[in-house]
Ligand binder design. Structure first.
Ligand SMILES: [Mn+2]
Length: 346
């Protein structure tokens, strides 16, 4: 029953997109900074949608490509080869930030996660030239635009867009299906119990029927791990077991890591027969980052709260200042208690 309401909202989103795109001279799609598979997949589908209305379309990406996930870089290379128009913020500001330009934010609704100056954002909101599509819960810096579709009932922005395309019987290529599948795959924690929501499997299945290339998605995900010696070194050389159920990695005290690599290393540890994994490493500026992952039996969000961080049961993080990784790891191990198990019978 609640389904009908959700379907109505999705149809309204499609109508809003169609009307606003039609009424604009140019359309700029804005995925969040440090673009990931969900942000780029949904942006590509929206780009195609606007292009079909014969509009000038571009995607605003201000990231340094070399810092992105290697699989995401592969997708960017593919679409650039296909003449997708990707612009930096300087170009946006110079050529497109006029009153007829429509901004479509995807996979974020946070001011802090888009590379656009505040006065331009405010002007777009006031002129109702901004549409927001997001699956993250409302937060402190959520943009208060009128035309927003934000629902945490979906695993990913790609799931929202996929559902919208099918409900409106919009045709799309197998390449688009593959990109959308990659976004769903990432944000649903590879379609596992804790990441996939009510309808995630249904829409992922429809993409497969629409010739999404699952093998390619799998390759895109492996690519980053295979290409990243730092992550592989962490997992192969610095892994310790706590009891039989927790794996943890501690980066070398003097070596600098990036938080994304620590997160991926923690992810990679879940391939072992453990309930949870932690990756602790120095990320510079006197800060140690902890990335925590769980298969659902241990609430890592709660554990990270003790370190002034947070997150969900299966994925969480914290940052600790003025300490070295080995000391932070010691405290972490001390804090692990049996009561973090959610269901001891399982
Ligand atoms: Mn997402």
């Amino acid at each position: 029953m609640s389904n009908t309401l959700a379907d109505d909202r999705i149809k309204r989103l499609k109508q809003t997109l169609d009307e606003k795109i039609q009424g604009s001279s140019s359309i700029t799609i804005v995925p969040h900074t440090r673009i990931d598979f969900d942000a780029i997949g949904s942006a590509i589908a929206l780009y195609i949608l606007a292009l079909r209305q014969k509009k000038e379309v571009n995607i605003l990406i201000d990231d340094n490509y070399s810092e992105l996930d290697v699989g995401v870089q592969t997708i960017l290379r593919e679409i650039i080869t296909k003449s997708f128009n990707i612009i930096k913020y300087a170009e946006y500001k110079e050529k497109f930030a006029n009153k007829d330009n429509l901004l479509i934010l995807t996979d974020t609704s946070q001011k802090s996660l888009i590379p656009i100056e505040e006065d331009i954002v405010n002007e777009k909101i006031a002129k109702r030239k901004m549409i927001i599509i997001d699956h993250h819960p409302f937060g402190k810096s959520t943009i208060e635009a009128t035309d927003k579709f934000i629902s945490a009932d979906y695993s990913s922005a790609c799931e929202i867009i996929t559902k919208m395309l099918f409900l409106s019987r919009t045709k799309f290529s197998s390449e688009i299906a593959t990109y959308l599948y990659a976004g769903i795959w990432l944000d649903s924690n590879r379609l596992t119990k804790k990441g996939a929501l009510n309808e995630t499997h249904k829409w992922a299945g429809r993409l497969v029927e629409n010739n999404a290339d699952i093998d390619k998605v799998n390759d895109l995900f492996i690519e980053d791990y295979n290409n990243n010696q730092k992550i592989q070194d962490l997992v192969s050389k610095r892994l310790t077991m706590f009891g039989y159920t927790i794996a943890y990695l501690i980066g070398e005290d003097g070596k600098k890591y990036c938080s994304e690599d620590l997160a991926k290393a923690a992810d990679a540890c879940l391939k072992y027969r453990v309930d949870a994994s932690f990756a602790v490493g120095n990320i510079g500026n006197n800060t140690v980052s902890i990335s925590a992952r769980s298969k659902g039996n241990i609430n890592v969000g709660e554990i990270m709260e003790a370190f002034n961080g947070g997150g969900s049961i299966i994925s969480a993080a914290a940052k600790v200042n003025d300490e070295i990784p080995s000391e932070v790891a010691k405290k972490l191990i001390k804090s692990l208690k049996p009561n973090f198990y959610i269901n001891k019978e399982n």
